[in-house]
Design a protein around this ligand. Sequence first.
Ligand SMILES: CC(C)CCC[C@@H](C)[C@H]1CC[C@H]2[C@@H]3CC=C4C[C@@H](O)CC[C@]4(C)[C@H]3CC[C@]12C
Length: 441
Amino acid sequence: DCVWYGQCGYQGFGHKLNCKYTGPPKPFSTLEGLQKFKEYCPSLYTGSNVRTCCSDDQMLTLDTQMGFSRQLLQQCPSCFYNFMNLWCYLTCGPNQDEYMSVNATKPYVTPKNETVEAVISVNYAVETDSAHGMFNSCRDVQSYNNLRALSFLCGEDAETCTPQRWLDYMGNSLKSEAPFDIYFSVSSRNVTINNTVLVPLDMKPVPCYKAVSSTSKPCRCTDCPKASCDFVLPTVSPLFRTENIIIRRPKNSTRVPWINKNFTSIFDITFMHQILDLQLSITNLTAEYRNENITLEDICYAPLRPDNNNCTVMSIFNYYQNSHEMLDKVALDDYGWFVVANYLDHFLYCVWDPAAAHDASKLRTPCLGTFGGPVYPSLVLRDYEGQEYWTAKALVITFDVLNGKKVKAWEKRFYAFMKEYKTLNKDLDITYFSKVTTPSN
Ligand SMILES: CC(C)CCC[C@@H](C)[C@H]1CC[C@H]2[C@@H]3CC=C4C[C@@H](O)CC[C@]4(C)[C@H]3CC[C@]12C
């Protein structure tokens, strides 16, 4: 039986909650819902009259929330399949109540003026081997910027991530995109939570060196070290390239005090506008290749293409969506007199929670970059003490591009532009270079 069905109101910033429901699973009511279910949850699909614990609109929510993870993981089909199964069983599994229980609810008044219960946290028991199997199938999946996909999905470096930490991070509504808290129990024995016995879910994960079905392939060996060569690999070509700029200011530049922190001079607002201008000029550069005008957009890595063509630009300006206007945004107190939050408060929030859709200051502006992913502070700042990012002495801007002939042409234009910029801005200490990043490192 089910523990929830359908959606009941919101929590936080537009996160949809589910309605508590104890009863048998139900069929989908639209073709769209059914198709999404078939696409994302093939292992639960038993035919067009399949009965599940998720409504059509829950499937649409799952679809919209999956974009970023899908882009990161789908290149390794077994990993993506296992990852999806975790969310499919949670959202739709017809025997939900065996491995899941509702932990807390809040009242929700329906449009028909009935008061029902909206689920605000759940317990989810996952079998130990299943959790480890899923984790292992995904742990080496490569992503851009020399990082593994897990570095984006685990909230910490892939190196230190563990199955439990991964699940805990994803289930934490303050940190990930989870609409409510999901408390995971990884166990090989039954677990009792608030007098309810849960039988840990066996998801039957597929290892990354095996194909999910006869029509799909196992993962590449760069994404799955165990997938060695019974399957022939194309010669590994360096997939990604990054164009990097590092900028410092003279030592004696004035610092920027704000609240109780002494921000370094790179956080000076005028300076930041200047460097944002530099970044935007680079985004708009055009180069010629075989009588064709190419721009960064033609060669860049845009993880959410075709839905979102914005290039991956790793820079602190993406905390402000690369917009001068967003950088200047301030929130005033109730009397419209004092500034209670500005770009520096936003910065402090975003370095702590780069994937946030909204900061927790009065600004309520997003941290997510325009390319649809988080910007990790360690990639965009240099020379800071510990985790004290406001002490950083250098800004790093990285443009992620896909290797190819067009890139060479664009790069030439980029170098020429940077050379000139350097001569015109002698007060800045600027370094720029390209880096090849092969999927294997
Ligand atoms: C990008 C990183 C930080 C997070 C990766 C995990 C994401 C994809 C996971 C974490 C929690 C998950 C959500 C948990 C609960 C629900 C409610 C359900 O009715 C629809 C799916 C939905 C909305 C899931 C969608 C996918 C989800 C948002």
